[in-house]
Design a protein around this ligand. Structure first.
Ligand SMILES: Nc1nc2c(c(=O)[nH]1)N[C@H]1C(S)=C(S)[C@@H](COP(=O)(O)OP(=O)(O)OC[C@H]3O[C@@H](n4cnc5c(N)ncnc54)[C@H](O)[C@@H]3O)O[C@H]1N2
Ligand code: MOO
Length: 413
């Protein structure tokens, strides 16, 4: 068992773009009330059924008038003729030389074109005097200035953030049509693995990957269709893989290295195609990727940090795209100044775990979380970013610039 694969070194970028070309987005959709649609992906374009705002309205508490009733600098004195509150518009008419009291969000009547905030006004009886400062059209939010009825408002493929959810409500929509969540199967391989909560036998460890990878997949928008510990037995692995084919994406962990009990890629190759790539990276070099029955299969390495990092760098984006999301699914990276030294040798990409912050001078700075063993999940728990070091780079000295992938984008849905 375990023949040697001749693996071809491929760049990080090539592996990522090839993976994207095998993504098959889900087709099923469902209608959800907007309060249940957070982080879901819109499956159809939304055209605005309303103007936003529907009427001209005031951006300030103050007074509304026709600007031509004031001097060119906006100063003057006008007579108070009424009031407009949010929800209670002014329905009368104003005569030349008149103004109305108006509140933020209240409709600006058609006979007015300008609002002056009350801080620039002084009131004496029914007369209001305005200091100069506001120009024609000042402080008026115009009908349809944000969105016009019948115009595109939210494109299909948008992941609904809290702001988009707010916008769907602004448009008066009660429900939205979204893609069904991509279904992910998680197989953790290894004779040593024990489900947490069970007594630990000799030579055994608790299965961390099933849970961390399931949590990561959920953060990427997936639903967990199956989660299973599989023994280091090719028959059992083959059977589990067949069961896993009901999911849209399959994630295994463990058994991809060169050990005598590392069967995953060979068993997977019996059912589908395993690409013979090797991304020279640390952690994660043993990772394998393939396609089985049209489904993307990620064989993640067993070491818990290697499994999590390879998930974030390769599987996360594929799962998000499988979920119908369009556009760039990667959170923005930033450059930061190394606060300490980062050990590194040229020839492989390294995804070290770091802690970045904005220092007293307003600069982004980053330091290591300490020991970088891929067996130590604490090296990741204590960090807030990946320090992404390019292949040809050597050790990083304090003061040098490095690329940082913050977890707040990677680990949020
Ligand atoms: N001779 C070589 N040995 C190893 C190499 C190599 O190139 N040559 N690569 C190392 C690297 S890098 C990694 S990463 C691991 C990957 O190995 P596998 O994917 O085959 O994983 P396993 O051997 O099954 O396990 C590795 C390690 O992780 C623990 N593990 C596995 N699954 C889980 C789980 N679900 N939860 C928690 N911990 C898990 C397992 O007990 C091992 O300690 O191979 C290196 N070896
Ligand atoms: O993928 Mo490994 O984590 O570098 O030990």
């Amino acid at each position: 068992m375990n023949p040697t694969f001749n693996r071809r070194p491929v760049s990080y970028q090539e592996a990522r773009s090839s993976i994207q070309s095998f993504v098959r987005p889900v087709r099923e959709t469902e209608e959800l009330p907007i309060e249940k649609a957070l982080s879901r992906v819109l499956s159809e374009d939304i055209v605005s059924p309303v103007n936003v705002p529907e009427a001209n309205n005031s951006a300030m508490d103050g007074y509304a008038m026709k600007f031509s009733d004031l001097a060119a600098d906006g100063s003057g004195t006008l007579r108070l003729a009424g009031e407009s509150f949010a929800g209670h518009p002014f329905t009368g008419r104003i005569e030349p030389g008149e103004c109305i009291r108006i509140m933020t969000g209240a409709e600006v009547p058609d006979c007015c074109d300008t609002v002056i905030q009350q801080e620039l006004a002084s009131v004496e009886g029914s007369l209001v005097s305005f200091a100069a400062g506001v120009g024609r059209g000042g402080n008026v939010r115009l009908r349809g200035e944000e969105l016009r009825r019948g115009c595109p408002a939210i494109p299909a493929g948008t992941r609904l953030t809290p702001a988009w959810i707010g916008l769907t409500a602004t448009l008066g929509l009660r429900t939205v049509r979204v893609y069904s969540r991509p279904r992910v199967a998680i197989l953790s391989t290894g004779d040593e693995l024990t489900d947490p909560g069970q007594p630990l036998g000799k030579g055994r460890i608790y299965d961390a990957n099933s849970f961390s990878i399931a949590a990561l997949a959920q953060r990427a928008g997936a639903e967990i269709a199956m989660r299973k510990i599989v023994r280091d037995d090719p028959k059992e692995l083959l059977q589990a893989l067949e069961e896993a084919l009901e999911a849209d994406v399959i994630l295994t962990s463990g058994g991809v290295s060169v050990g005598a009990a590392d069967f995953t890629r060979f068993v997977a190759a019996q059912k589908g195609e395993i690409f013979n790539w090797e991304v020279p990276m640390r952690p994660g070099r043993p990772m394998a990727v393939g396609v089985v029955a049209g489904k993307l299969l990620f064989c993640l390495p067993g070491n818990p940090v290697a499994a999590a990092v390879t998930f974030l760098e390769f599987a996360r984006g594929a799962i998000r795209k499988t979920g119908g999301e369009l556009g760039d699914v990667d959170p923005p990276c930033l450059t930061a100044t190394a606060e300490g030294r980062f050990k590194k040798r040229p020839g492989r990409y390294e995804m070290q775990r770091g802690i970045f912050r904005i220092d007293e001078k307003g600069r982004a700075v980053v330091k290591s979380t300490g020991m970088q063993s891929s067996a130590m999940l604490t090296s990741m728990c204590r960090g807030n970013c990946i320090v992404w070091l390019d292949k040809d780079r050597g050790a990083v000295e304090p003061g040098e610039q490095v690329l940082v992938q913050p977890f707040f984008g990677l680990l949020d849905s």
